[in-house]
Design a protein around this ligand. Sequence first.
Ligand code: RFL
Ligand code: PHB
Length: 398
Amino acid sequence: MQSRTQVAIIGAGPAGLLLSQLLHVGGIDCVVLERQTQSHVEARIRAGVLEPGTVELLERAGVATRLQREGLPHHGFHLMLDGRPFRIDMHALTGGRSVTVYGQTEVTHDLIAAHQARGAELIFSAADVRLHAVESDAPFVTFSHDGMQRRIDCDYIVGCDGYHGVSRPSIPASVLRSFERVYPFGWLGLLADVPPCDEELIYSNHARGFALASMRSHTRSRYYVQVPLSEKLEDWPDDRIWDELALRLGPEVAPRMTRGPSIEKSIAPLRSFVAEPMRYGRLFLAGDAAHIVPPTGAKGLNLAASDVGILAEAFIDAYRGGSLAGLETYSSRALARVWMAERFSWWFTGLTHRFPDMDEFARHMQVAELNYIRASSHAQTVVAENYVGLPLSYSCSS
Ligand code: RFL
Ligand code: PHB
């Protein structure tokens, strides 16, 4: 079976779904191919913090009604050193900007619902997706679905298929450069239907390791503790996680923590990764397919959104006005912002985590830097403006 579209999108994570929705609003025809089932995609628990730029894109895409009703505006967050918290007043330090706490699960759900309401071609359980002729003017994708072999011809292909997808490996190794840091620890996450311990997020640097107190709503909490990569989930019954959180969040916060049974638990490794370029011929990469950040700065989903924001505008310019300039400069413009977020996520991870090879000197450097941030509004502004997200116009040359 053969069909045709303007843009074929691989992957129905937030990058692929948001791009497809923005293209639809711009009058561009596209098809989204997803390897997993709809229920698998909708069940994934991941990010929780949206930058204002991401919220604007979701509004532009027409999928922000529930987000505006249920999303929690957060004007600040807390940094903590060995149990002593101090607040970063994001709102005051950035001229009125704030983040919104709204789960990636909800964003994905809203985007899928919008696709299905308009009868868009969103194909789940697409097996053996392959990209062809991406360096030519007539690229196409093949896959099998419901036991049928299918081919979709298109003008462009966008790889939004995450770190383990097929799109990035479709770029020849002689063209692709990658840059990577793998961290010697992971995050053990716990989701529970209990009220959060604080109205705002708490990032804690503790001698026993990093901990984060986050949330999804007033009745659902999300917590993380740093663990060695060798740890097994089965060795962490809920009580052990709650006990560890109580120690790492300290005597001021621990009494406010409501314990309850976990509804999800997982261990995620931490990695910084960038692939360059983000375009090869008629193939574009966006989101985790091109870059990964450690979750400490809450940047992964937001970077996926800013990539597709830049790319959607470039496609609209190309189809409406005939200018290819936006598509030609996509990779360098997206990468400029990606590297800024990579830097912040790497720095914030280094500031807040225990590294196995850390000596006394390195520990003193962390303590000195956290105390400096505590004392200096200038240092706090640097943290705040990175956390709410740098403007798209931030660019650099290498
Ligand atoms: P995704 O979400 O990985 O989606 C890729 C989709 O592509 C599909 N796919 C394929 N489809 C067809 N054919 C193939 N061959 C395919 N191979 C893969 C996959 O099934 C999937 O549906 O990438 P996308 O869209 O780029 O979105 C990126 C975000 O999901 C990710 O960056 C964030 O979740 C990262 N992240 C956070 N980001 C934030 O902005 N704020 C946060 O607070 C935040 N917290 C987190 C996080 C990630 C975490 N984990 C689990 C790594 C917390 C954690 C614990
Ligand atoms: C989350 O709630 O999942 C979350 C929040 C902030 C982060 C990372 C994850 O930095």
